[in-house]
Design a protein around this ligand. Structure first.
Ligand code: ZN
Ligand code: ZN
Length: 217
């Protein structure tokens, strides 16, 4: 199935995924987006071809011993997360890589309510980064917030809109320190997203800041 994906991954994310240097929490989101997006998969393959040419010791590419050693070290340090085989299951909400990670589809998720009808399930990854599933009722807003680091949000079901546009299944929003946004889930169905962050979000209001201590986002 193809989706009209309008919001894609950045080159920087694809390159570091290809080099195996992306933290696992972000790798899960990147792998899931790629399984839905032909365009990013093609860009990833071109980065992998460049990396492969370097490793082949291609005469046309001058590589010092140090560079090769550094590249090998990066590959050794790559997270255990496996790059996806794209097995299609038309009725599943979760694409293959995410299904493998969660151990099932939507019905395998152990949701916890975090207030206002919003539910979340934190997925286990190593490291200080984290990745979670969020389920936001249609019409509901996530409080206005900024970011200390990077936040990747991939839509799996429903849609949300914010200052950067409308995000539906397959779309990924890459937010950083420059973006302050108030995502609002579209009416009609729960919006289910996969979100990875490498630093706590920065909420504007006092109440969300207090709630943040309890829900841990
Ligand atoms: Zn894409
Ligand atoms: Zn955000």
């Amino acid at each position: 199935m193809t989706y009209e994906i309008k919001h894609h991954l950045t080159d920087a994310l694809l390159m570091s995924y290809s080099a195996g240097t992306l933290p696992e929490a972000f790798s899960v989101v990147v792998a899931t987006h790629i399984s839905l997006c032909d365009e990013c998969r093609a860009r990833l393959e071109s980065f992998e071809a460049v990396g492969g040419a370097l490793l082949d010791g291609d005469e046309a590419v001058a590589v010092s011993d140090d560079a090769l050693e550094a590249t090998m070290a990066l590959i050794d340090a790559a997270p255990a997360f496996q790059k996806p085989a794209n097995i299609s299951m038309p009725d599943a909400v979760f694409p293959g890589p995410l299904r493998d990670y969660v151990g099932g589809d939507l019905d395998a998720v152990k949701w916890r309510p975090i207030g206002g009808g919003v539910r979340q399930a934190v997925l286990n990854t190593g490291g200080s980064e984290n990745v979670r599933l969020l389920s936001i009722p249609g019409g509901m807003a996530i409080p206005d917030h900024g970011h200390r680091g990077t936040e990747l949000t991939l839509v799996l079901q429903g849609a949300f809109s914010d200052e950067d546009g409308r995000f539906a299944r397959g779309d990924v929003e890459v937010a950083n320190e420059d973006l302050h946004h108030t995502p609002i889930a579209e009416e009609g169905m729960d919006c289910i997203c996969l979100a990875a962050t490498d630093a706590p979000l920065r909420f504007k209001g006092l109440v969300p800041r207090i709630a943040q201590r309890f829900i841990g986002i």
